[in-house]
Ligand binder design. Sequence first.
Ligand SMILES: [Zn+2]
Length: 357
Amino acid sequence: MPGRSPLGYLNDSRDKSIVINKNVSPFIIQAFERYSKGNTQLKEISSFLASKGIITSKNKNLRIDKTKKLLSNSFYYGIFKYGGEVYEGRHTPIISKALFDKVQDVLSSRNKQWQHANVERIPKPYLGLLRCGECGMMISAEIHNKYYKNTNHHAKYIYYHCTKKNKGIKCGQKYIRDVDLEPQLTTLIKKYTLKKTWANQILLKLKIEESDISKSCLDVISIKRKDLEQIDVKLKLLLDSYLDQMIDKDDFQQKKFELMSKRKTIEEQILSLKKNQGNWIEPFKNWIIEASCVDQIISTQDKQQIKVLASKIFGSNLFLENKTVRGDGINAWSALGADPTGRCLVPPRGIEPRITP
Ligand SMILES: [Zn+2]
């Protein structure tokens, strides 16, 4: 693995390998073991490491995010990512994959708890999602408690309103309450649902397309391989003619060079054919699935999820004007908004749809 080794390992500059740091690695192992039990906080792991002398270069405890990163580093059981690829390292792992998995389970369950708590704590769920249709500034929110006279009862409303920070326009927009905003938003999002039946048909077509692509790729590759064989035959004949003194040395070298460079070109073509076959299919497939689940996401009533979906569909194209939400879908979503039957979405065979992931 290029770069600096993770905590618990050392870079051996002599042969550029990564070796176990015997002074530190036992505590890294213990950190994994402690956290895997599920009753320890990341902060405690960081203090534990500090008590063993594992601190930052500025003499501080490892930050929580760094501790979390350490506990999520697959390098410790032998695998690492570099430049988007996964490699099996030549270094000695210090923990088992099973222990690592246990720790990941604890981390993700903590994450869910945190997210849950966070959703409760996010009082203004659609902050940062909309812009003012009149002046283009962001829509902000504030909370108002309404107390009802002579009762203990009170209600909480969120008012969304333009920040009116545009000095060039005197914006006259009024606020809108969350209870009036939310149904508009979900109605608008619903327009971007891809019918399940359509989704299934497209997925089926994609499957056929996928196998067609890989079949036609294989066909081309086998033709290229035949070309390679022919070049090898020619090379052999060339050598024979040279040995039989039918051509001189200069001619021989020249012809040999031509054939060898042709060979290299074909080899590279084969490699790139293997690498690039149908690599647009996967992101397209994921989008189809997401677009067919819009209804489900709305029905969860999870405001955070709805916000994420809305920003995927509309980007910064979502506006609030005169208490009305409007917006146009971006990228692939735009096709759904224009034609809710999904008719235009069936990809013409052999033509790559433009998808910006
Ligand atoms: Zn405004």
